[in-house]
Design a protein around this ligand. Structure first.
Ligand SMILES: NC(=O)c1ccc[n+]([C@@H]2O[C@H](COP(=O)([O-])OP(=O)(O)OC[C@H]3O[C@@H](n4cnc5c(N)ncnc54)[C@H](O)[C@@H]3O)[C@@H](O)[C@H]2O)c1
Length: 311
């Protein structure tokens, strides 16, 4: 029986729980929040949708009672503040680091073998926080950002070419922020290199829009996105529970890959029953290496801020 806990019953967490339920990715889903009644209410609402949308997954909620999360196979952490207009993801560090730390302590106490997927921002550094708090191996504490950033890039390309978004395959690396590294060299449209179909100036504009894709939505809505982020986290859960060995960009602690040590960054990985089964190392060209180095430098700076806060 597969059991998944989603911590944070806000926009992203509730969406993730909903996708996990209606797509029957997990048999049992526990939604947890600190706000009295919110997780119970949203879980009940999702369960009451089951007869309409025809699914068997069972969703329950809990206000901060982690005994109900015991023996989860996967835990998704979405608790924390989202951005408001004018804020960067890094502005959230102080508040969210404390939340991610206490949540991880509770989670690991009741589910010591769980694979943890972090969603809270600033993503790469919150993955760092969760990893050191959990004290488990790096393949089991990972961050969701790359699937979302790649999905935004793929959606913009599908719009530009007027083709199905399903036809766009792409990979993106680096931190979850403005220094992310889209890789046009590894972007195809049903196997056709994207550079054969989209002019350079158009492609450059799409890459720029992707980098600020999160900010575009914050500006429109006054808070950050949730449909695509929640679905992206659920897709990672699915790859793990079904041992799909899918290739996704995922945030993980690098230990020498790409010549980078002790930094949490998005890289292509194989995702399966053990979490990250393998980090894939691409042969980056000089320009791509330079972009990745900039991204590494930025994430490392924010990791230092966390170190100074005392983790
Ligand atoms: N990684 C990504 O790509 C990505 C994408 C979107 C959002 N995010 C981040 O995800 C987080 C959640 O975003 P959201 O839009 O769902 O925010 P939200 O405000 O809608 O929900 C956050 C929820 O966390 C809960 N919470 C706060 N402290 C808690 C605690 N200690 N224990 C349990 N629950 C607690 C709040 O009560 C709230 O319900 C934010 O940090 C946001 O920046 C990341």
């Amino acid at each position: 029986m597969s059991k998944v806990t989603v911590v944070g019953a806000g926009n992203v967490g509730a969406t993730c729980a909903d996708v996990l339920a209606y797509r029957e990715i997990a048999e049992e889903i526990v939604l947890v929040d600190i706000k009295e009644g919110v997780a119970e209410g949203k879980a009940l609402d999702i369960f009451q949708k089951a007869p309409i949308n025809q699914y068997d997954s069972r969703t329950t909620g809990s206000t901060n009672d982690y005994t109900k999360t015991a023996n989860s196979d996967v835990v998704v952490i979405t608790s924390g503040l989202p951005r408001k207009p004018g804020m960067t993801r890094d502005d959230l560090i102080e508040t969210n680091a404390g939340i991610v730390k206490s949540v991880t302590e509770n989670v690991i106490k009741h589910s010591p073998n769980a694979i943890i997927i972090v969603v809270s921002n600033p993503l790469d550094v919150m993955t760092y926080q969760a990893h050191i708090t959990a004290g488990t191996s790096r393949n089991k504490v990972i961050g969701m950002a790359g699937i979302l950033d790649t999905a935004r890039y793929r959606a913009f390309l599908a719009e530009e070419l007027n083709v199905s978004p399903k036809e766009i395959q792409a990979i993106l690396m680096g931190g979850h922020g403005d220094t992310m590294v889209p890789l046009p060299r590894y972007t195809t449209v049903a196997g056709i290199p994207v550079t054969e179909l989209v002019a350079k100036d158009k492609l450059d504009a799409i890459i720029e829009r992707t980098k600020f894709g999160g900010g575009e939505l914050v500006k429109l809505m006054g808070t950050s996105a949730w449909y695509a982020p929640g679905s992206a986290a659920a897709q990672m859960v699915e790859a793990i529970l079904k041992n799909q060995r899918r290739v996704f960009p995922v945030c993980i602690k690098l230990e020498g890959e790409y010549g980078i040590d002790d930094c949490y960054l998005g890289v292509p990985v194989i995702l399966g029953k053990n979490g990250v089964e393998k980090v894939l190392e691409l042969d980056l060209n000089a320009e791509e290496k330079a972009l990745l180095e900039t991204s590494r430098g930025h994430v490392k700076e924010v990791m230092e801020v966390l170190n100074k806060l005392g983790k």
